[in-house]
Design a protein around this ligand. Structure first.
Ligand SMILES: [Zn+2]
Length: 67
């Protein structure tokens, strides 16, 4: 597991809204209560685990930031 690399990415990336944005199509699903652990994107139909989706979005942002 790339712990060192990943934690560095987390520092440089703003994690705001990452749990609300579909990591597949970019749809912004709006604010959700913390108890919502899973959701389905109304645009592309992808079923997301909240934390995994957020991690994917953070990874995408990190890759963009690194350029
Ligand atoms: Zn989607």
């Amino acid at each position: 597991y790339k712990c060192d690399w990943y934690s560095k990415q987390l520092i440089t990336v703003n994690p705001n809204y990452t749990s609300q944005i579909c990591s597949t199509c970019g749809y912004h699903s709006g604010k959700k209560p913390l108890e919502i652990r899973e959701w389905t994107c109304p645009k592309c139909g992808t079923h997301h685990d909240r934390d995994i989706n957020a991690a994917v979005n953070i990874l995408h942002r990190g890759l963009k930031a690194v350029g």
